[in-house]
Design a protein around this ligand. Structure first.
Ligand code: HEM
Length: 529
């Protein structure tokens, strides 16, 4: 009875049950009582006082007064679309995840793109990371790949997430500025936390001002695992590549668009889908055998590092097509709840301390944002796979559990009479052997903060390096505290000689002596030659 057939329309059909078109000939209250008219409140005489008895007035105002829910603490501004994912061929060699086995099978998806720092009503084209969150409604339950358009992150341990976000958001005393990267507190944090350097290179690059959500890469960032039928685990990094190619705005365009059309990316995505220009993205994975991980020279648990594609090429897995706009922004785009811990058999986590914090944080924040523990029942979040358990009650509960026994095990009937075993398709955590001391410490293998920053800067073309340098001059130029600018230059000096001298010149400060690291990879600075 639990077998579920999922096709590309499954989620739409499920959502359709909750759609309501006010097409009748009369208005009603929420209780279904017909409304006589809705233009005047109930009063004693046409010019007299309004009566508390007017249930229609009270209901209408109450509903309006409570329309808003808290915006997301980060990634508040977003735009979303429905679509489907289809594997090119079976990935059974690497994973037992069912949605990756059959090339004829289409799994419905919902994707939300977002900026990170701005509020719900902020402009689309600001310099910022973009969220790229995908919910796969698979036959085995929801798998959420909650990624970004940049393959690395600011910090190595999730315990620093509140710090980096506080520093990037508007300053607390006056809520200025809206711009993430153009103020003292952001650069103060960066200057004191050198692990941010690789990400800073990406965020000062053109990647942080994409041309369109349709022309943006996505990355799972962390190292995940694929686990096959024999329980062999391999490390994987997820990549999305847009079939339209990866394109950026230039800073001048981005600034003008932020004023002229703050909805530029939202409009672009919506209109493209309405016109039938469906955005497509190829999913790929870099795969590493566990035994080869040690020899990499990069710690796979450090989310400030990537694995160069020369070492692990991206293996194509399948394609995602976005072909339908949400019916209602609030019901779908606003209420969707992505969570890194939503995972299906065949995929698993690693001990990346940034990832481990995320496994807690999303569900925790959604308890507040979506009003209690029953948000998985909101139509956009509901799996298309069946849900059976003894979870019950709480605010906004929709499901009425049937039966007398609401505990396990029971002999009175009702509920689930069995424990899901691996044989029955249950999720079994990869039995990774671990041992060690209980300590609050960072691994020494996380210590190199400059090599990949330098590698990234040197991999850019001349004009791209110029854009990055201009961005650093612009953003750091807004910083009022000279000591912060100087500390940042000290870090840049360890990345690239041209970078530090050009940025220092732009700030009107002496350049510290350059002592750049020498990473393996593309040589030489090319900008401003
Ligand atoms: C939201 C990505 C790190 C906490 C989001 C969203 C994305 C994202 C895409 C938006 C989801 C949506 O569209 O609804 C990432 C990536 C990270 C990262 C790629 C690093 C690799 C973290 C960390 C934490 C965190 C370290 C906390 C420890 C949150 C929270 C939200 C969020 C609380 C709001 C969720 C909601 O209200 O629904 N993140 N994030 N993130 N992220 Fe992250």
């Amino acid at each position: 009875p639990d077998a579920v057939q999922v096709d590309e329309n499954s989620k739409d059909q499920q959502l359709a049950r909750n759609r309501s078109e006010p097409t009748g000939n009369f208005l009603t209250t929420d209780q279904g009582i017909r409304v006589e008219h809705t233009d005047d409140s109930l009063k004693i005489g046409a010019r007299g006082p309004t009566l508390l008895e007017d249930f229609h007035l009270r209901e209408k105002l109450t509903r309006f007064d409570h329309e808003r829910i808290p915006e997301r603490v980060v990634h508040a501004r977003g735009s979303a679309a429905h679509g489907y994912f289809q594997p090119y061929e079976s990935q059974a060699k690497y994973t037992r995840a069912k949605f990756l086995q059959d090339p004829s099978k289409k799994t419905p998806v919902f994707v939300r793109f977002s900026t990170v720092a701005g509020s719900r009503g902020s402009a689309d084209t600001v310099r910022d990371v973009r969220g790229f969150a995908v919910k796969f409604y698979t036959e085995e339950g929801n798998f959420d790949l909650v990624g970004n358009n940049i393959p690395v992150f600011f910090i190595q341990d999730g315990i620093k997430f509140p710090d980096v976000v506080h520093a990037a958001k508007p300053e607390p005393h006056h809520e200025i500025p809206q711009a993430q990267t153009a103020h003292d507190s952001f650069w103060d944090f960066v200057s004191l936390v050198p692990e941010t350097m690789h990400m800073i290179m990406w965020i000062m690059s053109d990647r942080a001002i994409p041309r369109s959500f349709r022309m943006m890469q996505g990355f799972g960032v962390h190292t995940f695992r694929f686990v096959d039928e024999k329980n062999t685990s391999r490390f994987v990094k997820f990549h999305w590549k847009p079939l339209l190619g990866t394109h950026s705005l230039v800073w001048d365009e981005a600034q003008k668009l932020a004023g002229k059309d703050p909805d530029f990316h939202r409009r672009d995505l919506f209109e493209a889908i309405e016109q039938g220009d469906f955005p497509e993205y190829e999913l790929g994975v870099q795969i590493l055998e566990e035994k080869d991980a040690q020899a990499l020279g990069v710690d796979l648990l450090d989310a400030t590092k990537l694995i160069p594609e020369e070492i692990a090429p991206v293996h194509p897995v399948g394609k995602m097509t976005l072909n339908r706009n949400p019916t209602n922004f609030f019901a779908e785009t606003e209420q969707v709840a992505f969570c890194v811990s939503n995972i299906v058999p065949g995929i698993d986590f690693t001990d990346d301390p940034l990832m481990q914090a995320r496994l807690f944080s999303y569900l925790d924040t959604q308890l507040t944002r979506l009003g209690g523990p029953n948000f998985a029942e909101i139509p956009i979040n509901r799996p298309v796979a069946p849900v059976h358990n003894h979870q019950q009650d709480g605010f906004h509960r929709q499901t009425s559990n049937v039966g007398r026994a609401n505990y396990f095990p029971n002999s009175l009937g009702g509920g689930c009479p069995f424990l899901a075993s691996q044989k029955q398709g249950g999720f079994v955590h990869h039995p990774e052997p671990v041992s060690g001391q209980k300590i609050r410490e960072r691994a020494a293998s996380f210590n190199d903060h400059y090599s990949q920053a330098a590698l990234f800067f040197r991999s850019l073309s001349g004009p791209e390096q110029e854009h990055l340098i201009d961005a650093c001059r612009f953003e750091l130029g807004k910083v009022e505290t000279k000591a912060i600018q100087e500390r940042v230059l000290e870090h840049f000096a360890k990345i690239d000689a041209l970078l530090v001298s050009a940025v220092a010149e732009g700030l009107g400060l002496p350049a510290p002596k350059a002592t750049p690291v020498t990473p393996k990879g593309p040589p030489a600075s090319k900008a401003l030659s």
